[in-house]
Write a protein that binds this ligand. Structure first.
Ligand SMILES: [Zn+2]
Length: 158
C-alpha cells in the first residue's frame, strides 16, 4: 500500500520506516542504549513510541484534529500508524487519494517538527504543521491530476 501512494519518495520512505518501527524514537534509542530515557522529549509524560510520536503526543493529536481530516487519534483508538493508514484508505473517497496523501504528509511534518523541537529547540506549532501538509497536498494534487482541457489542446500549440 505504501508504495502506491503518490507522495514524494522521502515521505514514502519515512512512512515505511514508521510502519516497520525503525524510526529513531526515544523508545527505540533507549532500547539500544543510545538515550538516557524512553520518555517523549515534547510532553515528558509517556514513552515515545512511533504511535505516541505521530498520533498521541498532545502536539501531534492537536495537529491531526486541526487538519482538514478532523481526525482524533485518541478517540478513534488507533494504536498503530499502519492501522490508521488502512482505515484512511477505506474511508478515502477522493479520486486522487487526497486523504491518504494528507495523512502521509501530516505524519512527515509532525516528525520534522518534533526533530526541530529536539535538535533546534523550536516549539512545534500544530497549526503551522497541518497548514504545511495541506499546502503540499494541494500542490501535489495540482501536479499529478491531469487537467481535462489539456488533453484537448491542439498539437500545434507548444
Ligand atoms: Zn509526547
Amino acid at each position: 500500500m505504501v508504495s502506491s501512494i503518490p507522495v514524494p519518495p522521502k515521505v514514502r520512505n519515512f512512512i515505511w520506516r514508521a510502519c516497520t518501527n525503525s524510526l529513531a524514537t526515544r523508545v527505540n534509542l533507549y532500547a539500544r542504549g543510545s538515550a538516557s530515557s524512553p520518555l517523549c522529549p515534547l510532553c515528558h509524560q509517556t514513552a515515545e513510541s512511533v504511535e505516541h510520536l505521530i498520533f498521541l503526543c498532545p502536539y501531534a493529536a492537536t495537529t491531526w484534529f486541526g487538519s482538514r481530516l478532523g481526525f482524533s487519534p485518541n478517540a478513534n483508538g488507533f494504536e498503530s500508524l499502519w492501522l490508521c493508514l488502512q482505515y484512511l484508505q477505506k474511508m478515502a473517497n477522493h479520486p486522487d487519494q487526497m486523504e491518504l496523501r494528507l495523512a502521509y504528509l501530516l505524519s512527515w511534518y509532525i516528525w520534522k517538527a518534533r526533530n526541530k523541537a529536539v535538535f533546534e529547540h523550536i516549539d512545534p506549532e500544530p497549526e503551522k504543521t497541518f497548514k504545511r501538509a495541506q499546502n503540499e497536498v494541494e500542490e501535489l494534487c495540482s501536479i499529478t491530476v491531469p487537467q481535462r482541457h489539456s488533453l484537448a489542446m491542439p498539437q500545434t500549440i507548444h
